[in-house]
Design a protein. Structure first.
Length: 282
């Protein structure tokens, strides 16, 4: 549940901030009539994201045995790649999002194109939605369907509440701290997904384990129950990991954290209040 909650909270907030930036710009520009087009574009993106997620789950359900293991392992490794890119990109490029969105909205208003305006919010939000759908599929394989659903619902509800509070001007939120903390947690979660993906490839016979069990601590902390099962679902803990897993896990963490710390944290603070003097959300 923790993975689903954190990812939907972060991805949902990123999408929410995009919509907030667009709506705030339209409000300050005296173009409230275009709100409905921006919101329709965002709503369409949400629908498409759910459809993509549904397709992924349906297609996965058609596979059995080795094919299922290959598909799930590939989905997990793809989620690791997407998450890793998103975390580093968001930290280094977040400060530019506002300017790009404002420029695109200004161009759409200049030609009076409602379709262009709706497309801006659609493209920006659907990217976050598809990323979320891919990760939700991967995360669902490490927890029960109920846990994943509850976690996702709580994360989305939290993202909506925070986005609305930001727009209404009732909260001052340090987004740099939020994205840094969630970025660290997501890197740890991604490392767990990497371990799960490798395990699926072991079972499918695509990746040899080299050494099947480097150690075996099932007697002390089994990954099938209690704390060990929770650590397995969240961080990819294994009480009997293969040599490939033992090598890949810290190697990924080292590379991911190196890029994460190297990326310049340009975005600092987002003030959630009417921004007439700045004509935008910072």
């Amino acid at each position: 549940m923790g993975q689903s909650l954190l990812v939907t909270l972060r991805e949902g907030l990123e999408a929410g901030l995009i919509v907030v930036i667009i709506l705030t710009y339209l409000r300050n520009a005296g173009q409230r009539a275009y709100w409905k087009h921006a919101l329709l574009g965002a709503a369409a993106a949400v629908v498409v994201s759910f459809l993509v997620g549904g397709v992924i789950f349906v297609v996965a359900g058609e596979f059995e045995g080795r094919a299922e293991q290959v598909f799930e392992g590939s989905a997990m490794l793809s989620a690791v790649a997407v998450l890793s890119w998103m975390i580093v990109w968001m930290k280094s490029q977040a400060v530019h999002i506002r300017g790009r969105l404002q420029s695109q909205v200004q161009s759409a208003l200049a030609v009076g194109s409602a379709l262009a305006l709706a497309s801006i919010s659609f493209v920006a939000v659907v990217r976050e939605g598809i990323e979320t759908a891919l990760f939700m599929f991967a995360a669902a394989k490490t927890s029960t369907p109920v846990e994943s659903t509850v976690g996702a619902a709580l994360g989305l509800a939290g993202a909506l509440a925070v986005s609305y509070a930001i727009y209404r001007g009732g909260r001052r939120i340090n987004l740099r701290l939020f994205f840094n903390v969630t970025g660290v947690l997501l890197i740890l979660f991604a490392a767990g997904l990497l371990a799960h993906g490798i395990s699926e490839f072991h079972d499918a016979g695509l990746v040899p384990p080299l050494v099947e069990h480097v150690w075996d601590v099932n007697g002390a902390l089994s990954d099938e129950q209690g704390l060990g099962e929770w650590l397995k679902g969240i961080f990819g803990y294994s009480s009997g990991p293969s040599l490939v897993e033992v090598i890949a896990y810290p190697l990924y963490l080292g590379v991911a954290f190196w890029y994460f710390l190297r990326a310049r944290p340009q975005a600092t603070r987002l003030e959630a209040r009417p921004l007439a003097e700045r004509a935008s959300v910072r």
